[in-house]
Design a protein around this ligand. Sequence first.
Ligand code: ARG
Length: 466
Amino acid sequence: MTDTNKTTNQQWGGRFSEPVDAFVARFTASVEFDQRMAKQDIQGSIAHGKMLASVGVLTEEERDQIIQGLTEIEDEIQRGEFAWSVDLEDVHMNIEARLTQKIGITGKKLHTGRSRNDQVATDIRLYLRDEVDFLLEEITRLQQGILSLAEKEANTIMPGFTHLQTAQPVTFGHHLMAWYEMAQRDYERLVDCRKRINILPLGAAALAGTTYPIDRNMTAELLGFERPTYNSLDSVSDRDFAIEFTSTASIIMMHLSRWAEEMVMWASAQFNFIFLPDRFCTGSSIMPQKKNPDVPELVRGKTGRVYGHLMGLLTLMKSQCLAYNKDNQEDKEPLFDTVDTLKGSLRAFADMIPAIESRSENMYEAARRGFSTATDLADYLVRQGVAFRDAHEVVGKAVGYGVKTGKDLSEMTLEELQTFGSMIKDDVFDVLTLEGSVAARDHVGGTAPAQVLKAIERAKSDLALR
Ligand code: ARG
């Protein structure tokens, strides 16, 4: 990156009487970070050049020179040979200046009928569309990972929790399929967000449109956009799509942080429900016995920065008058960091989840200890004709007795149970077992292993359609 003391304003120096201050040049430049969109900038410029030629603003020769020059520039950038200059402010002017260096005056014609304002809006949309497509694949991979673990664990019994207190037995597969549902909504939200990304602002020029006979439908089609935007002022100032994306990313990170929290707890010695393979953990520099669940912890922590970016972008756009303002240059770093954070976090979870091993004996034991079939006993009493509220009371007393004597409901004798309700018969033990309890919740969305397997089949056929 070159950074001289006096800069030359070579792209817009016409009306200036002194060069811009060197610090101001650095302060206002965005090339350090927006060079990430170089590929999309070139893609957009090639489409713009083709369109200009098709409406007669450029000759076919000029068009071909531009395409040739830009293609070479893309190569230079890919090979790491492109000399980015802070004096040229941003990715757009760096590439344009290099084009002019290579092909001469024709390079200076590329910017006909456009402005950096509609150019940058186009580049961000192209960039984000590419990233969203990749993220959709990562979410799919994550969902496949969840499914493969859920399939193994469809019959594994664990305590289900409310308030982190043992509530009712569930299957581990059912718990995992809850994660799957969250990921499914994330996928759908991202698909929905993509629709509003995929609209072409190019043609809005600086803010009011252009006097050239441009064909925006053609440019939209060349770039794979659904259609051109319908208002030039809105086109150059709209960043809703970036906010929506970051909001979708925030919800995804919120989900990952919840799974992370569960993994961290379950991997602890106190729960000991799961084993996280060593490759997803690290040790302690002082305590030799430690194996820390760093990956889920870090993802949980990274959620905060994505929320921060959402708030940053909302605040960036707050009270901004139409149309483009330089403020908007501040959209990129939060957006890029959101993309990077989300990619890393999804990748880590998609790799890690299918590698989780359950400690099913510990899960089973925890479910057995926590009076988790108390509701089943109450439901049993209801089937014997007791009103639910009264049944609740009876079972509450039985649990109180269990707490005092250290016995789970299934460990009490029939005689003991009958002291709480004479209608209790020998068949009560069918409902007091953990297996009976989960198997009985056999309806759409229930925890019965049969239902979990059905949910997995449904999910698999959904994924096969993607
Ligand atoms: N680097 C600028 C940005 O990211 C490009 C648009 C500049 N437009 C302008 N009128 N200064 O927003």
